[in-house]
Write a protein that binds this ligand. Sequence first.
Ligand SMILES: [Zn+2]
Length: 782
Amino acid sequence: MPKRIITLLLLFFVTGVATAQKKIPTPAEVLGFAPGEDRKLASWDQVVDYFQKLDAASDRVVFETLGNTTRGKPFVMATISSPANLARLEEFRKIQDQLADPRKLGPLATRDRKAAELIRQGKTIVLITCGIHSTEVGSYLSSTLIAHRLASSTDADVQKILDNTIVLLVPSLNPDGVDIVKNWYDKTLGTPFEGTDPPELYHKYTGHDNNRDWYAFTQVETQLTVDKIHNVWHPQIVHDIHQQGSFGSRLFLPPYMAPVEPNVPKALVQGYTELGNWMAAEMRNKGFEGITTNSTYDAWSPARAYSHYHAGVRMLSETASARIASPLTLKFEELRSREGYDPQKESPKFGPLWRGGEWHLGDITKYMTTAAFLLLDHAATNREQWLRRFYAVGKEAVRPRRAGELFGFLIEPSVNTEALLDILKRGGVEMSSAKQGNSFRVGTNELPNNTMLVRLDQPYGAFAKALLEVQRYPNLRDADGHPIAPYDVTAHTLPLLMNVTVHPVKAPFRNLRGTPTKLGPSEKYVETSARFQSMPAFYHSSVPNQDEGWTKWIFDSKKISYGELGDKELRAGISVYKPSAGVTVKYYTIIIPDQPARTLLEGYRSGAMPPELTGGLGAQGVKTLRDFVETGGTLIFLNRASNFAIEQFKLPLRNAVAGLPRTDFYVPGSILRIQLDTSHPLAAGMPEETIAWAEDSPVFEVTNDPEATVPASNVHVVASYAADKDPLLSGWLLGGDLIKGKAALVEVTMGKGRVILFGFRPQYRAQSLATYPLFFNSLGSR
Ligand SMILES: [Zn+2]
């Protein structure tokens, strides 16, 4: 018998009444503690158990499993509304579908009238997502409190929310991390390490980067959320509940600070500005302190905001953190400025002052649940306004393009075109090929068969445009003239990241104009384990490293096997490469993922974590790695890790941009242009010009340092920034002249082996397919 029926029967016998609605379990009854209590975390099983019991007891809640997480746990969602609305879900979904795509409303002349009728009938769809960052424990706990109140309250304001909205509640976007964090927290409870972050990525592959996947769609959790929630329901409001550091504001709410990515519809900017400012004002009226708006978080990257390109506002909230579930005490003088405000001073972007004191998990859940119910109140009270705005965004999106306006993009077939088109398709973008027997043309040139046209006059044309065009990040400076750091990175041009030739097309679409985004042809590249002499090994840092995680995801998705060597093994000086002595060779190649040189060398500081986790590679680890190379191994250093190799191996190289102030040189996640020596095996199959994903990246200059362990002639420059071209292709770069003519990828022979230094991220977040061959060539047999 299904569990749900058993529970219902049980309730029937216990209470003796036919309606189960009266016995709504509280989170405390199921979890054994009230969410928000100090030092208490729930496991994922407990959370699922709570929602199952809520579903069984309440006619306002439908709970379902949408799929499995990376580690095989249930990925779940609760749909919450009035029983009358829940009985008509399919009807409301159809209303959303038509308002999202006004072409479905029939002839132009009658669309507005039909839309007005649907707007009158429809509900505001609100998606609430919790817990994508698993150390930010307040939100998955708050999800049970939010659900319980919605399921049980007889208050008029809750009834209004239930009648006017459909709430899609995701208790965690990363269920795997719930248990990773809880296990570590419980293990260290009562020790000097209570409240520290776990020493492993809380998402198997992406760690904290899991909310930077909203256009690449690489992870199953992202795919489930997009395929089964966003694309089904097209929510008007997405409330994404996060936590920030402990020392700034108590709460951030939108509007976002500049810049806003230019393809985010103005109506959505107005929407999140109005809603965020109203929520902040209401929170202040209720006596909440330390609230900031229009600061810290920008709206630039589609990587963090799927809804901004799909007619919904993203309402990020960021509440100050405690030490996981343990309280902390803060002095007012300890509070620190973030971008746009000073928590020690009232300003239009911050107030009223929070005077410091104790900060508990219970404060976090109180801020979160209050903000969530205010958001729901606004969504319910202004239901028709939210639906009108939603329809207006769709209407503007599908409007025929006027002469001279951008009409669309033509995408040529090539090695990675399918990967690019898959992204657009998942984001709801329609595309077409030329009519049978015809082909698209650029001037007098015919484009290849299977060239695809993506028109912009479609519901999610802005998503395509944002990803297909080049970014020109504004040169933002603070009052002192210092560059204002972007919240994340500054570029997301897929044709460059994936080396796909794309032509912008103007209306009317007769012939093509403008400059194509074009790098040059590259060969089909097939990676298999068989290609390598032996399995490569990852250096596994004791300090969790996202670049390591992303790279392992790439390997796993291509079914390439790999090994792993930690600090302990490398410090012990194990013999990893001795083929001549007849010893079984385990690894010929070790990958050192992107990590600061100091973290590699020192790891966690002594006393910061249990002793077995501290100390990094240390001098012994350096010696092991040097021996490994000198006896014939290959060491691959990615991005910042290259600085470690230069310093510790005393290579005849210097990082030409080390220590430069941001006013002189700054590249916070941008796509640059490099030239390759295609005669070198590392650049085999590559075009002469390609990209480099630069992000706090070193830039190499060969030196004649007499102290160096090898002569300068041992350095082979494989890639460099052109002496006579602007290095910037997309994003933001300050001081580009300083790197012209300098090296971006070098191979240094050392003894019988070699060291390969990437001055960029060739496999950046599993997106820079254009430079995968450089990375895989470095693993290949020599
Ligand atoms: Zn977060």
